[in-house]
Design a protein around this ligand. Structure first.
Ligand code: GLN
Length: 197
């Protein structure tokens, strides 16, 4: 039986993740409300704007239920803004009162818009642990990871900065595999979800 993966659909590139997950053979639905979160095996948090998504998570009464499901061990994957939200600590989290919220699913400190200070967006090949051969990575005002805890596996680096990590069933990338035709990262996540059941 295929796994049922939700994609958070408050803001950001939800559609691209839905398509990528379908191609990776998951059953997929969008998540905008609690009842939709309750029925999925796992959740993808898309790329977009982490401060806006944080605001909408509160407005849609999803913040506490999402924290709870993550604390209960629900697998999750976040790309870019999604990586920021999955962190336990966020640097440059945004304007006071509009900060991105740290869901604490991965013991790591991320710096928001870290690459954005240097170049707004760039692409390149990264070596990604567990994938056969390099992945083409698209970075758009991307974060990087400045600290990881002992349970965190570093999967990829770009210019010496950590850009992909995994802690148990939770995966995060600073870049956007959903924007390329390469489905290996989504397949890896679907395998993680399958293995966790
Ligand atoms: N800079 C965005 C943020 O802070 C992330 C950008 C992206 O998801 N491409 O959330």
């Amino acid at each position: 039986m295929s796994v049922h993966v939700g994609v958070l659909a408050l803001q950001g590139d939800t559609r691209e993740h839905v398509a990528a997950l379908r191609e990776a053979d998951a059953e997929v639905s969008t998540v905008r409300r609690r009842s939709e979160l309750d029925v999925v095996d796992a959740l993808v948090i898309p790329g977009g704007e982490s401060t806006t998504m944080s605001h909408l998570l509160r407005a849609f009464d999803l913040l506490d239920p999402l924290r709870q499901r993550l604390a209960d061990g629900m697998p999750a994957y976040g790309s870019c803004a999604g990586m920021i939200l999955l962190a336990s600590e966020i640097l440059d989290a945004g304007a006071p009162g509009r900060e991105a919220v740290a869901l604490g699913a991965i013991d790591m400190t991320v710096r928001r818009n870290a690459f954005g200070r240097q170049v707004d967006s760039f692409e390149g090949e990264v070596t990604f642990d567990g994938l056969d051969g390099p992945a083409h990575a698209v970075f758009i005002r991307a974060p990087w990871v400045e600290r990881v805890g002992p349970q965190v596996q570093v999967l990829a680096r770009a210019d010496d900065h950590i850009v992909a990590v995994r802690q148990g069933g939770v995966l995060a990338t600073a870049f956007h595999p959903e924007m390329t035709g390469d489905r290996r990262v989504h397949k890896l996540f679907v395998d993680i979800v399958t293995g966790s059941r």
